[in-house]
Design a protein around this ligand. Sequence first.
Ligand code: ADP
Ligand code: MG
Length: 460
Amino acid sequence: MEGNQEVAQLWKECLDEAKARIPTSFVPMIAPLWPLSLQNGTLKVGVPSPFAKDFIESRFTDTLNDILSSKLGYSAKVVLTVSSPPEITESIAAGARIANVDEQEEPVIRERPAHGHDFHQKRYSFDNFVVGDSNKFAYNASLMVAEAPGQYYNPLFMHGGTGLGKTHLLLAIKDYAEKLNPEIKVRYVLTSLFIDDFIATATLKKDKAAFDQKYINNKIILFDDVHSLSGTEATQNKFFEIFNLLYSSNSHIVLTSDRPPEEIPKLSDRIKSRFQGGLKIDIKPPDIETRLAILRMKARAERVEMPDDAMLFIATKAVTNIRSLEGLFNQVVAYARVYGMKIDLQMVKERLRDQPAEPNQLRTPTVETIQNLVSDYYKIEKADLTGSSRSRALVHGRHVAMYLCRELTNETLISIGSKFGGRDHSTVLHSCRKIESKIRESSSVLEEVRELTSTIHKTT
Ligand code: ADP
Ligand code: MG
């Protein structure tokens, strides 16, 4: 993956997926970026100005890292660097060469071997969604929304852990509804960007009516990750107003969240009760059959041969998150392609030997494990970690521990709070936010969190 062409293509693929995942109004911000290099899991990408860098970093760091990691199959990050324009960077030159090859009329032998990476934009549709016991209700209800919007189960609220296909289902609803009726208006809205959009409209004195119209004027609206509404009062009022208008005009409202409505902290009761007024479905981690079916589908789509025992091995390594399952699969396939190897059990074992997390049946770490490892790491007593002392070193360790619990376990803020000496969920949320902002500001805190995460995964 060090070659310029490979890097250019990798970036192109990331960009394609990012375009599908971020609101169209922000696409022009990321489209002009160009790849510079890939080293040790860091993809350096050029941006034209410090403004663009700040803007993109503040909004899309997680999305870009997430996309890149899933392409590479290991935890990787995108780092933006303000640099000279693309014409004179080598990687873009390589990318342009590829484009020219594609444009030639005569068939040419492509520089990439025929079995090289098949870079394509991931489509999220019902056809490539594997249905099993864990997600069949969510699948069927989503299908019904696309086929008969506004008629049954409104609103549809789907909740479940990360990487279980919530976003996939929302985008599949859009894909299918638009196929059935090309005139239909369907809008996918990532809730955190709705919040940004609302705040920008309010503070920059932008056209408020246009804001409302954008959201109201839809037959189907898909609000992804509504747990982000937590604790944003003015936004919640606006959201409530828009929700009611949509509902009364018989538009279908579909919502996803990482937890059920009653567990979303600081969500107003009236919104909670609206969320509960339709159909609420939880999506569970996939069973082994479903995981194998997903791998088989991916192998077919990528046209790779993978024996059953090798698939089984991968399927037992990623248990609670389909994104990780795909990551492991991609990693094996990429390796086999780069080295021209056949995929068999031995090779897969070898390749995934050092995989953190999902090994050992990927058990989610417990709050207790995290507390123990964090106390060891910062050399503080566990009782102090959950206690009430306000000494600086203790407070930092405590915040990091709560942050890691929020990130790595499936526990709710309420339950995490109770395991940290009966703290309130809002205190936990506040601590997590503290660490999120420290991570952004200080590379040493980022490093601490990274080291701890890796230790926790190894221990679990
Ligand atoms: P979530 O939004 O719940 O965090 P995503 O929808 O982003 O999860 O899914 C993570 C990855 O797993 C995506 O690449 C998605 O296509 C894939 N995926 C999830 N569920 C399925 C499924 N049932 N069949 C096929 N792929 C799936
Ligand atoms: Mg999602």
